[in-house]
Design a protein. Structure first.
Length: 441
């Protein structure tokens, strides 16, 4: 059994793995809406606080809510454009009204979505998990180069720093076992940041300026307002997130040797619905399962839920203590990128592992996997190809996970002619059967 100190370290590692993705959403939205420093600080704090609550809802769970899988929830990037558009067209209160109603939709639509799982046989599930991993690789590479839009993008020192971080993680996985191997990503991030500090690439200015304490309060930006178009747009965002999260649940089941069934998906989506509602109430964002943390679970082999509970608790504390939250932002992008290469690659490997259970000698299965992965990766790599489509269609097609998932489901119906066995127990069992054995911490 893991000690409290080790649980905390492993939980903090999960926080660092998802932190950049969580913080970039409020930074982009706050910048686009020209929020002042105090409002921006609140937006980040509310986001982290709600990330923590959402993760705890998902992991602890009840009889009807929460998948009880080691999944971390964070704000979905899909919501960035719609929130900015709605807010500029009216105000932030309208955006948060739409988020609250979209959360209610997710909560009550979860059982209906669960019935659709018969359309997720092994070949579809494996393709979706592979697409999730592949769609994350460009994110990792942008960070390796220094962060998209950074003035030193692609500078040799950025590439070398990312390589050093990755090599440190690989060496620790090769030379050590047990707990040290489990926290190899955390140690790699710390060591990489230390090297970056020696090179003058770490700035503690944000830490000095941050306040010590912050209270997250409901309706900070005003009481919610409601607009039908805004609500429908946000519901579409949440449907996209539901598809992504379903793939993440299957992936984490694969990694942790658990059979993810229809009821697990329904309870997980209900928890996400509650998380989205809380995001609207606390003026944060819609939330979804983060696939980068699946890669971390796969890499460390630590699959216990108490580690992810610890990460949820840490996120809540960071939301209340902005100075501590700011401390985690000093990690340079190349250091994060080096760690992401390993973690995101593990998600791809998990998808390939699922596809290994599929008879790819059957031409129909081969076409389903090939075309869905190609469409998903293509949509992620060249999203501008859909710029001429109507806004709703563009939102769907520019998300590689969704476009690839739709392709896999449709091709499975056309080529294999019938969905998986009703109830999905057999399909889920096959999809999650795993040869991955977690390491002992």
């Amino acid at each position: 059994m893991l000690s409290k100190q080790r649980v905390f370290a492993l939980g903090f590692q999960h926080v660092l793995a998802m932190y950049a993705g969580a913080v970039v959403v409020p930074l982009i939205i706050g910048g686009a809406l020209k929020l002042n420093a105090a409002q921006m600080a609140y937006l980040i704090a509310a986001d982290l606080f709600t990330c923590g609550i959402a993760t705890l809802l998902q992991v602890i769970g009840t009889k009807y809510i929460g998948s009880r899988l080691p999944v971390v929830l964070g704000c979905t990037f899909t919501a960035v454009g719609p929130i900015i558009t709605v807010s500029l067209g009216s105000n932030l209160a309208t955006a948060y009204g739409a988020i609250i109603l979209a959360g209610l939709f997710v909560f009550f639509a979860a059982p209906l979505f669960g019935r659709l799982l018969k359309y997720f046989p092994t070949v579809v599930t494996g393709s979706i998990v592979t697409i999730i991993g592949l769609s994350l690789i460009p994110v990792a590479m942008n960070n390796v180069a220094g962060g998209q839009g950074s003035p030193d993008f692609g500078q040799p020192r950025n590439l070398l720093l990312a390589l050093a971080t990755l090599l440190l993680i690989l060496v620790m996985n090769r030379l050590f076992t047990g707990f040290v191997r489990s926290i190899s990503v955390l140690l790699g991030l710390v060591a990489g940041t230390a090297i970056a500090y020696a090179l003058g690439m770490v700035n503690f200015g944000a830490v000095a300026e941050a306040s010590w304490f912050n209270i997250v309060q409901p309706f900070y930006f005003g009481m919610p307002e409601f607009n039908l178009t805004a609500v429908l747009t946000m519901i579409l965002v949440c449907i996209i997130s539901m598809v992504e999260s379903t793939g993440v649940y299957f992936a984490i089941g694969k990694v942790t040797d658990q059979t993810v069934q229809k009821n697990d998906i329904v309870k997980g989506l209900r928890a996400e619905g509650l998380a989205v509602i809380l995001g609207g109430i606390f003026n944060a964002f819609p939330y979804t399962a983060y696939s980068q943390n699946v890669g971390l679970v796969s890499m460390t082999g630590v699959k216990t839920r108490n580690v992810v509970m610890a990460s949820g608790g840490i996120l809540v504390v960071l939301g209340l203590l902005p100075k501590l939250a700011a401390l985690t932002t000093v990690i340079p992008n190349p250091v994060l990128g080096g760690a992401m290469v390993a973690m995101f690659g593990m998600v791809v490997a998990s998808g390939i592992n699922i596809l290994a259970d599929v008879d790819l000698r059957k031409n129909e299965n081969l076409l389903i996997a090939a075309c869905s992965i190609a469409v998903g990766l293509g949509s992620s790599a060249v999203p501008q190809m859909f710029d001429q489509l109507p806004e709703m269609a563009k939102m769907i097609m520019q998300n590689g996970i969704v476009s690839g998932s739709i392709t896999a489901i449709v091709l499975n119906l056309l080529l294999n002619k019938q969905p998986a066995v009703e109830g999905t127990q057999e399909a889920a069992k096959n999809a999650i059967a795993s040869n991955v054995k977690p390491q002992q911490a």
